[in-house]
Write a protein that binds this ligand. Structure first.
Ligand code: ADP
Length: 204
């Protein structure tokens, strides 16, 4: 399946608290809209698993639920962004410095972000979701989850304000069943020109 629209540039950023379901949404968007799924958490876990220098440097930050230093993360993703005309970023940018670095990577290539989507849900709900995950991650214990939420409110909230001021922020209410949340995301992307609009909604 190949269409002209699938060749059009499309750059999306998904922002949201840990456990809100960004990864699930991003994977569906990858499949449906033909986007490269660039998930910094997954990339970092892969580096850690392979025992690379970056993985070793990132490991303690990750198990503490703190941000891996901006320079390391930016160096890791910039090549992926450059080589992907259509992408969904999942878990990046998480700080203002990362948002500026992203803007610069795109600017050099005369590209721009299509939209930033804030997938939002109250802390209580994401805490519940993380506690209920089957494949528990090593950073899913109560203390680390609390730290990740703190980091989200302190470091990532300014990123939301940044995209709001740029006029490209959209909000999705994620405190609902996952298929309803995804239906909203799907509609939003179609509206933004991501492409498929002849999607079938189950129960929508
Ligand atoms: P979650 O969103 O559930 O916290 P992620 O898989 O996105 O999970 O991230 C897991 C961990 O990886 C974070 O707590 C952090 O230590 C590190 N990490 C991921 N993305 C970034 C980023 N953009 N900047 C700094 N650290 C990151």
């Amino acid at each position: 399946m190949h269409s002209a629209a699938q060749d059009a540039e499309f750059g999306l950023v998904l922002i949201g608290p840990p456990g809100v379901g960004k990864g699930t949404q991003a994977a569906q968007l990858r499949d449906e809209f033909g986007l490269a799924h660039i998930a910094t958490g997954d990339l970092l876990r892969a580096h850690r698993g392979q025992g690379t220098e970056l993985g070793r440097q990132a490991a303690t930050y990750m198990s503490d639920g703190r941000l891996v230093p901006d320079g390391l993360v930016v160096a890791m993703v910039q090549e992926r962004i450059r080589e992907s005309p259509r992408f969904v970023l999942d878990g990046f940018p998480r700080s203002l410095a990362q948002a500026r670095a992203l803007a610069e990577v795109l600017l050099v290539e005369r590209r721009r972000l299509t939209a930033a989507v804030f997938v939002e849900a109250p802390d209580e709900i994401v805490i519940e979701r993380i506690a209920g995950r089957d494949e528990g991650r090593d950073d899913d214990n109560a203390a680390t989850v609390r730290r990740r939420l703190e980091v989200f409110h302190r470091s990532t909230a300014p990123v939301i304000a940044y995209y709001e001021v740029l006029g490209i922020l959209h909000r999705i209410d994620a405190a609902r069943p996952i298929d309803e949340v995804y239906a909203d995301t799907q509609r939003l992307l179609s509206r933004l020109g991501g492409t498929p609009s002849s999607v079938s909604f189950t129960g929508a």
